[in-house]
Design a protein around this ligand. Structure first.
Ligand SMILES: C[S@@+](CC[C@H](N)C(=O)[O-])C[C@H]1O[C@@H](n2cnc3c(N)ncnc32)[C@H](O)[C@@H]1O
Length: 208
């Protein structure tokens, strides 16, 4: 749906945006609050971008597979891993269906603000299910329904998700619901420069 390379040109400034930093911090806090993490946990960050979320979580887990289609975002991440001598985050350039990701191999998958860029949501949910071990958790942080002003016209994306509908799709894919809440409300100026509020939900499901 989205031309992912649009993210290549945003990559350089991604980590300087306070709104993005705040969203990642908040999402990571929700994961820490609701998911049992340990040095055995094998995690997957889908649509990881420059690694904002996983920078908060990687010290608490065994490893994180960092999955993204934007080489530009991943290059910024590579620099951060090198500069901070981080060796438990592994980069996988591509989408969720690439065969470098083994089925039944992750204890935790999480995705922040990436699902609305995925054209076919149901196959993605089913793929998360395949990739997780039995007992594994999936956390989704994303926009509630919005009027299209969040991205403007330059991006062809889902206009947020109704969390209740997404919950039903997750359950139909085999997941059991564990936690659903409004994670935060972000403010972003619209095209007239006036701040607009965009609620984000947090969903936690578990593979039985
Ligand atoms: C809004 S950014 C969020 C990045 C990061 N999660 C964060 O919160 O800072 C969305 C990311 O998803 C990636 N993306 C979009 N569609 C994708 C797909 N089908 N497979 C993998 N990555 C994708 C983009 O390249 C981009 O880095």
């Amino acid at each position: 749906m989205t031309n992912h390379n649009a993210f290549d040109s945003m990559a350089k400034d991604w980590d300087n945006n306070p709104r993005i930093i705040k969203m990642a911090c908040n999402f990571a806090d929700h994961i820490k609050q609701y998911v049992p993490l340990s040095r055995q946990t094998r995690a997957l960050d889908f649509g990881c971008g420059t690694g904002q979320v996983s920078m908060h979580l990687h010290p608490m887990v065994n490893s994180v597979a960092m999955v993204d289609t934007s080489e530009g975002m991943l290059e910024v991440l590579r620099q951060k891993l090198a500069n901070n001598a981080i060796d438990n985050m592994n980069i996988h350039c591509g989408d969720l269906f690439q065969n470098t990701l083994a089925e039944n191999s992750f204890d935790l998958a999480y995705t922040l603000m990436a699902l609305h860029h995925v054209k076919q949501v149901l196959p993605a949910l089913e793929r998360f299910y395949q990739l997780l071990k039995p007992g594994g958790y999936l956390c989704i942080g994303d926009l509630e329904p919005e009027d299209g002003s969040f991205h403007g016209e330059e991006m062809d994306v889902h206009l947020g998700f109704n969390p209740t509908v997404l919950q039903k799709q997750l359950e139909d894919s085999g997941f059991a619901m564990r936690q659903a809440c409004r994670m935060m409300v972000v403010e972003k100026p619209d095209k007239n420069g006036i701040d607009k509020a965009y609620p984000l939900f947090f969903l936690l499901v578990q593979k039985p």
